[in-house]
Ligand binder design. Structure first.
Ligand code: 13P
Length: 336
């Protein structure tokens, strides 16, 4: 077993998943302002140190993805953020892309940037304690998109990123996110997501990336959020499994889904069904941002000094996601 494969498995095995706490300052500002909290470095740190100190981190969270600001911060009790995360036997990770920019010659689509100077930044993050990384490619979905150009360009960037990350001893999370915005059908999402993922693996193989040392972070197969033809949770799980079975090489150790705008319960229920119906060899778990933190953030905003209610809310969400990662979640446990 390679060292990278061991790290990947430690992050996602035994009902553990990933906490995606890597919101950029711009995104975190939106999240904080939505609950009437001012976005300062101190407030961003306070919310995150409360979450990362929660009891269920140890049992439920195998890895935390951080943003550059956070990985460099020191908690109010004097520990560095990577040390705080490691104290729960959880692995610190870091978002290394620099964001999705307009794609030249296809202005309604995006290309993710961040390859320039990446090798040097990776060395710095390794020294700070990071052992895995994230890069998110984002694809619009409609009858015209994603274009061949967007599929090709993002796959190329994800593969070059992954090769550099492995060269520096870390596990790349490969995240091609086909967005749920729009009125598209679930079948179009299935077709296009399959195409996007297949192209990513073609490029990863071309770049000689060790597929046993990556984690794939895809979207689930859903109808668009404006579609009139929503599908059931059972169908989401079936179509998601069909997509991954047909497009992911067997060496990949595991798949950690993004929540992508699903509600906390929806993301949990869908993951649970995916695991109940899992007819693949892949570990299927979560790498949720909003679906792990939304209600905790709301709770925290009532009194930002009061840690316990926020931690209780997060602990419950983390536990429910962990049960879903084993196919053992139920509505009774959720609302108990
Ligand atoms: P969400 O689960 O909120 O979609 O965030 C996951 C993520 O990391 C998106 O890049």
């Amino acid at each position: 077993m390679s060292e990278l494969n061991k790290i990947a498995l430690k992050i996602i095995s035994n009902g553990k998943g990933i906490l995606a706490a890597d919101e950029s300052n711009a995104t975190m500002t939106k999240r904080l302002e939505s609950v009437n909290i001012t976005s300062t470095p101190e407030n961003r740190l306070l919310f995150r140190e409360i979450i990362f100190s929660s009891k269920n981190m140890k049992e439920c969270i195998g890895g935390v993805i951080l943003y550059d600001e956070t990985i460099n911060q020191i908690t109010s009790f004097g520990k560095s953020i990577p040390d705080l995360i490691s104290s729960s036997d959880t692995i610190p990770g870091i978002k290394v892309d620099t964001g999705a920019k307009d794609l030249a010659n296809s202005s309604e689509e995006k290309i993710t940037e961040g390859l320039d100077g990446l090798r040097e930044r990776l060395k710095k993050y390794y020294k700070l304690g990071a052992r895995f990384t994230k890069w998110r490619g984002v694809y619009a979905l409609s009858d015209r998109y994603p274009s061949e150009l967007a599929i090709h360009s993002n796959a190329h960037a994800l593969a070059r990123y992954s090769a550099l990350v492995q060269e520096n001893g870390m596990v790349p999370i490969v995240e091609p996110e086909v967005l749920m915005d729009g009125d598209h059908s679930a079948d179009l999402c299935l077709r296009k997501t399959s195409e996007v993922i297949k192209r990513c693996f073609e490029e990863l193989i071309l770049n000689k990336v060790d597929l046993s040392g990556i984690i794939l972070k895809p979207n689930m197969i859903l109808a668009g959020n404006k579609s009139k033809n929503k599908i059931s949770n059972e169908e989401v799980s079936q179509k998601t499994l069909e997509c991954l079975k047909n497009s992911v090489p067997s060496e990949v150790p595991g798949i950690a889904f993004l929540s992508g705008g699903q509600s906390e319960i929806e993301a949990t229920e869908n993951l649970n069904l995916i695991n109940k119906n899992n007819n693949t060899k892949f570990i299927m778990t979560y790498s949720y941002g909003r679906a792990l933190q939304k209600s905790a953030l709301k709770k925290w905003s009532k009194n930002i000094k009061d840690r316990e209610p926020t931690q209780n809310t997060f602990n419950h969400r983390a536990k429910m996601c962990s049960l879903a990662a084993k196919g053992k979640w139920s509505k009774e446990l959720e609302y108990k």
